[in-house]
Design a protein around this ligand. Structure first.
Ligand code: UN1
Length: 512
């Protein structure tokens, strides 16, 4: 059984920022410790605590590299991505191990995370020979009209810790294929996975300055990046509160800004559902990644006729889940990311019990004895008899906490499902095609599943959500991510040899 390698006796590895094609120390010399959340005695490494000075150097490098990268034909940019995809395939196992060590989710899932980056890289590389614009008739004779996508400039990518290679790839690959240069600021809890991705990109032949990585905390490194006048676009994934700060900052210098933020996703279980399948999907959606996905299922709305039976099945499946270090083969639920997360999750469990008055049906505790004593482990937790307006049913907890809410019928399930401020993902379990389609249409979310959980989006479909989940953009699916990372240019070519005035000149149809 693989065990986290403890490095208590040796000095931890020290990492650098990547700026203008060189690995460099942060200007202030400050470093941050990155700890394994399953065992905090294991120091994954020391990473730069960057400040505005480093950000400035990185943005300048990206500004300088932009003209050449922009002038590189897109199919040639794509060739580098194909190579990068190949390197990621070769390193998949090592990158997955590193990722589990730095963020805790189990190996099966970190392999999936790297796989998602591989999928995104190849999928985007194919776009190098498309990047379609279109031609369209002009309203005037002897005149042609068309539009093309053009690169935007320097993109700032601010990425979260829960998908530390997949989400950077969702932003980085389309940014690159469109001809942008970029500065990425990964979450301070998971810099290593992004370094792994950037090193692989360097090896694949991405020219100096095209990709830059600056590590550090939000206020020190993220804030100057979103404010920097050299940056034209900010793409952010994280909490709604931080996203609003990012958007406000970005607006002050007219930056393009794409935000992917919180979720409070629902599974609706109808009385005709396959209850075993629904319970399996609920457990995977709620406790996979220890509930730390934006798409995690944190609410299950169940028809009252099958409520009791469903809760039994859910409990049966949750109880035996093996919690522990994600590097161990048999573990199914890893730790949560850090001490702040532990406190926030325990706070919400307290709210559920003492303020909301829901029934704490299962779990509810931090595990801190024996094998758990050096990590951030929380039991998979189920609340039952939850009312839709309770805080635990409204606010994003981002941990292994599930609220089960009874409902009367499909209409009420939809109403409850839509009653939160977020709109990322939703799902229904039913055997009735009419109900499935009714819910599909009625749910105000960016992603909808029928007879499967709220997680598991594929890279070639749009990823993102409505309401407080985002600001109208979608990642993934080529057209939508190209819309973030390129700007349209409309082009008119008049070959009539005379001044023609749109909307003003009258065109006479011959013979009329
Ligand atoms: C996230 O929830 O933060 O759909 C990203 C999924 C993954 C991506 C999730 N493919 O569950």
């Amino acid at each position: 059984m693989a065990q986290a390698k403890l490095k208590t006796d040796t000095k931890p590895d020290s990492y650098k920022n990547y700026i203008g094609g060189r690995w460099v120390k942060p200007a202030s010399g400050g470093m941050m410790e990155n700890l394994n959340p399953a065992d905090t005695r294991d120091v994954v490494g020391l990473f730069p605590a960057s400040t505005a000075e480093d950000v400035d150097a990185a943005v300048n490098a990206a500004v300088e590299a932009f003209p050449k990268w922009k002038a590189t034909p897109a199919p040639k940019r794509a060739e580098i991505l194909y190579k990068l995809g190949q390197i990621l395939i070769e390193r998949k196992e090592r990158f997955a191990q590193d990722m589990t060590r730095e963020m805790g989710k189990v190996l099966k899932e970190t392999r999936g995370d790297v796989q998602e980056a591989i999928d995104m890289t190849f999928y985007t590389a194919g776009e190098g020979r498309r990047l379609h614009g279109y031609t369209t008739p002009s309203e005037l004779p002897d005149k042609m009209a068309m539009c093309v996508r053009q690169p935007i400039g320097v993109s700032a990518l601010i990425t979260p810790w829960n998908f530390p290679m997949a989400i950077p790839s969702w932003k980085m690959m389309p940014a690159l294929i469109c001809g942008n240069t970029l500065v990425i600021k990964p979450a301070e809890d998971t810099p290593l996975s992004t370094i792994n991705l950037v090193k692989a990109a360097e090896e694949a032949g991405v020219p100096p300055g095209v990709i830059n990585i600056v590590m550090g905390v939000g206020e020190q490194a993220g804030a100057p990046l979103t404010a920097h006048p050299g940056v034209r676009l900010v793409s952010f994934t994280g909490s709604t509160d931080t996203g609003r700060i990012v958007a406000t900052k970005a607006a002050q210098t007219d930056k393009i800004c794409s935000l992917e933020m919180g979720g409070k996703n629902v599974i609706m279980v109808m009385e005709d559902a396959d209850l075993d399948l629904a319970a399996e999907g609920a457990v995977w959606g709620a406790f996979g990644t220890s509930g730390q996905r934006c798409t995690a299922a944190s609410r299950i709305v169940v028809h009252k006729r099958v409520y009791k039976k469903f809760v039994e099945k859910l409990t049966e499946r949750t109880k035996p889940l093996r919690i522990g270090n994600g590097l161990n083969k048999n573990v199914e639920v890893g730790p949560v990311i850090n001490q702040d997360a532990v406190e926030k999750i325990l706070y919400y469990i307290g709210v559920g019990k003492d303020k909301d008055g829901a029934t704490l049906h299962l779990g509810g505790n931090r595990l801190d004895k024996g094998e758990y004593r050096n990590g951030y482990f929380i039991e998979p937790t189920i609340f039952t008899d939850v009312a839709p307006r309770m805080r635990i049913a409204q606010e994003e907890i981002f941990g292994p906490v599930l609220s089960v809410i009874p409902c009367r019928d499909l209409d009420e399930a939809i109403e409850i499902g839509n009653s939160v401020k977020y709109g990322l993902s939703a799902s229904i379990y039913t055997r009735d095609v009419n109900r499935a389609f009714t819910a599909m249409e009625a749910m105000n979310t960016g992603i909808f599943y029928v007879n499967s959980s709220t997680i598991g989006a594929e890279v070639h479909l749009p990823f993102g959500g409505t309401k407080a989940t985002g600001n109208g953009h979608r990642e993934g699916a080529m057209a939508s991510s190209l819309d973030i990372f390129s700007e349209w240019k409309a082009i008119y070519v008049d070959y009539s040899g005379k001044l023609q005035k749109a909307q003003i000149d009258e065109f006479k149809i011959a013979g009329s």
